[in-house]
Design a protein around this ligand. Structure first.
Ligand SMILES: [Zn+2]
Length: 224
């Protein structure tokens, strides 16, 4: 059995999901060099950190954390790109595992992903957040719930709207759906890359419609 596995590995070697190099047997998902080069923020979920700065004065978050700094060229960009467009479930799981120690500091009642628009999900076949969020939920011994937020159609056809209407439209990109179970609960909203935070803000504002809800945010990476 071991020999067969070795043979298969010789013909179809496992490749690093970040740089594409052939992995040696002790390596898993990504090579040792890439693993060492992951630009972790090393920030703590219980402290005020970079993510809080982005949302200061905009959202009242319970906790927040971003795992990696997003680099234009580098390991974090490769990882995110591969999760987003190459469907590499192991990478999402690996990132969640890197958060394990921080996740153990908090109590959450569900993990909620920023939803993809349904047509994009059909084309892509998956939401890039599913494995990351699923593993986070597993570590936190709770559920990954994709039914709470729904992305509704965008505003591309409404070009004549003024600035205020357009802003309102961004805010209405998401819709709160099955939220009855989350009154007075603590929800963890997750996304891949934090840039301006507009998307997460719009999602949060929907979640805040739930009575007594508390929201925390974790992102894989942040451009800041
Ligand atoms: Zn590598």
């Amino acid at each position: 059995m071991f020999l067969i596995k070795k043979l298969i590995n010789l013909i179809f070697p496992s490749l690093c999901s970040s740089c594409g190099r052939v992995l040696v047997s002790a390596e898993n998902t990504i090579c040792t060099k890439c693993r060492h080069n992951i630009p972790l923020t090393y920030q703590k979920i219980l402290n005020k950190n970079d993510l809080h700065k982005v949302f200061y004065g905009r959202l009242k978050l319970k906790h927040g954390l971003t795992l990696m700094h997003y680099q234009k060229n580098g390991v974090s960009k490769n990882i995110i790109h591969n999760i987003k467009y190459k469907n590499k479930p192991k990478l999402g799981i690996m990132l969640a595992e890197l958060l394990e120690e921080e996740l153990q500091q908090i109590n959450i009642d569900a993990v909620i992903p920023v939803p993809l628009h349904i047509t994009r999900k059909i084309i892509r076949g998956y939401n890039q957040l599913d494995y990351f969020g699923g593993k986070i939920a597993k570590i936190c011994n709770t559920k990954y719930d994709t039914s709470v937020l729904k992305r509704v159609r965008g505003n591309s056809t409404q070009t004549k709207k003024n600035r205020i209407d357009r802003q309102a439209n961004v805010a209405n990109l998401f819709e709160l759906k099955n939220s009855a179970n989350y009154v007075n609960k603590h929800l963890l909203l997750i996304d891949d890359v934090l840039t301006t935070g507009a998307t997460l803000e719009a999602c949060c504002n929907e979640l805040y419609k739930i009575e007594g809800v508390e929201v925390s945010i974790i992102t894989m990476a942040s451009v800041k």
